[in-house]
Design a protein around this ligand. Structure first.
Ligand SMILES: Cc1cc2nc3c(=O)[nH]c(=O)nc-3n(C[C@H](O)[C@H](O)[C@H](O)COP(=O)(O)OP(=O)(O)OC[C@H]3O[C@@H](n4cnc5c(N)ncnc54)[C@H](O)[C@@H]3O)c2cc1C
Length: 256
């Protein structure tokens, strides 16, 4: 297995106490007008961790200064030693550019597994709220739910082609509400709040996972608390923040 190409990748992984690997791109294809699928080979089962985890890729380097971006793992194929990422690439940024231009055979430094939001094993239902970048994480998590169980998706899409629907176990109850962004800004919570208002939360114990734009996810969390969910039933991860590039840690700024 190849070592990372950049010493900074090894240093980062040592600090985070996770793996550093050099992975090979074995496939890239557009899935929709917004999403690109990238398949990487190399120590897949270990890097991919558990559903909900992500990996950090070195998507560019300006001299000694590396640019890394985090992407949730969509799926793993242990036999082929590959893992798949779904990357939103319709905006302009180093991560999006990398996903649009990377070729089969290219190698990339990968650090992982990362992430602290696994599936809540005791929840009766799982509510996934986000937009296009969150779809890979949500579908992997939902496909790991023990049946019978329930997965509810409320997803804001940039384009009708983003309405991707994976195959789930027939015994899993699945509800999907797709909200058309309809030209609204990516930091406008109106669409997802409307989708949520249209849905009656099931009566038993559930867990909500909010992965998406910083301001929108905060507004959705407030709405869920108003609807009676307790804060421990809500896991929020800001994936990006409109108007700002993600930082060196791969995350958007949390400054209000
Ligand atoms: C834990 C974690 C997991 C993540 N998993 C995924 C994943 O599975 N798939 C995925 O696509 N992304 C995921 N992200 C987001 C990803 O890491 C990058 O932030 C995102 O791809 C943008 O990076 P960039 O370099 O292209 O743009 P940046 O340099 O970060 O931003 C440039 C500009 O583009 C804007 N922008 C960034 N993303 C979008 C967008 N989606 N739509 C519109 N404008 C945008 C920014 O606000 C900024 O103005 C995850 C983030 C975290 C923290």
């Amino acid at each position: 297995m190849a070592d990372p190409q950049h010493q900074s990748t090894l240093d980062l992984a040592t600090r985070l106490k996770v793996l550093a690997r050099s992975c090979t791109v074995v496939a890239r294809r557009p899935l929709s007008s917004s999403l690109v699928e990238v398949v990487l080979r190399g120590d897949a089962s270990h890097l991919a961790g558990v559903p909900g985890n992500d990996v950090m890729l070195l998507v560019g380097a300006d001299g000694e200064s590396p640019t890394r971006r985090r992407y949730s793992v969509r799926s793993v194929d242990a036999t082929a030693d590959t893992f798949t990422l779904w990357i939103a690439a319709a905006h302009d940024g180093p991560g999006g550019r990398w996903a649009r231009t990377v070729d089969e055979g290219d190698v990339v430094d990968v650090v992982g597994p990362r992430g602290k939001i696994p599936l809540d094993e005791v929840a009766d239902w799982h509510l996934f709220i986000g937009d296009v970048p969150s779809m890979g994480a949500f579908f992997r998590m939902a496909q790991s739910i023990d049946v019978p169980g329930r997965a509810i998706f409320i997803l804001e899409l940039d384009d009708p082609t983003d309405a991707l629907t994976p195959t789930f176990d027939e015994a899993l109850g699945v509800t999907a509400i797709f909200v058309d962004r309809d030209g609204r800004a990516h930091d406008d919570p109106t669409g997802l709040l409307g989708g949520l208002a249209a849905f009656t939360l099931p009566p038993d114990e559930g867990h909500a996972y909010l992965f998406g734009e910083f301001h929108v996810m905060r507004a959705v969390k407030t709405a869920l608390l108003d609807r009676g969910l307790r804060s421990e039933q809500i896991s929020l991860k800001a994936y990006y923040r409109i108007g700002q590039a993600n930082g060196a840690n791969g995350e958007p700024s949390k400054d209000v």
